[in-house]
Design a protein around this ligand. Sequence first.
Ligand code: ZN
Length: 242
Amino acid sequence: MQTNQTGTPVVLLYHRIGRPKLASLVAGQYVAPWLFRSGLDYLTAKGWCGARLAGIAARLCDGDKFAVTFDDGYLSVYEHAFPAMVERNMTGTVYVVSGAIGGINEWDRRAGDTREPMMTAAQAREMADAGFEIGSHTVNHPHLTLIPDDQLEQEIVDSKRALEDIIGKEVISFSYPYGDLDERVTQAVIAAGYKYAVVTKLGVPASGGAFEIPRVNVRWNAIGPLLMRKIRRAKRASGIRN
Ligand SMILES: [Zn+2]
């Protein structure tokens, strides 16, 4: 059993920042801008410090560390989360669906969800220039375990190249759409040259390897103590007791 002597890193997962759209199939994934800001301030007030996912293992403060990640690359992340984090001198990681840049969430729409605008290439570049990490979330957001090898490679390799062209930096981090992965998918991600990958499974990075980094999915109601309770649950899920 591991202990929590030097601070346990936690990777938070957000999707959409904004007032919940009740018609959405994932209404709980909208975090109001003020709640997003209060979540950052709450953890900071508790002695936690924000870190980049790439540097989560570095000992930046004596307390616990948290990294903020966003899946999909919604415009609302650029509009609300980006300025809030810059204001607090924090950076995060955005996993962008490269084929949806400047468009809408076609994959959600096909499943009957509400329409959401995605950030543009210029906005992704601006975030990268400000120190945010841009990671890949494939080209089209498919279930990777269900597609043939050639398509799998396209989704993983083409998105990396497209994003690198946009931001002018290497893209080394990957997020599996729907948290859908198996051995074949992970091997393809490693072969494409990524250095680590995040999943949607609840937990903290202490468990799993570099290509299965668990996260804490932050939903609309994860306010203060509720957020802390979920983080504690993630630690327990990874075998950490405190
Ligand atoms: Zn996604």
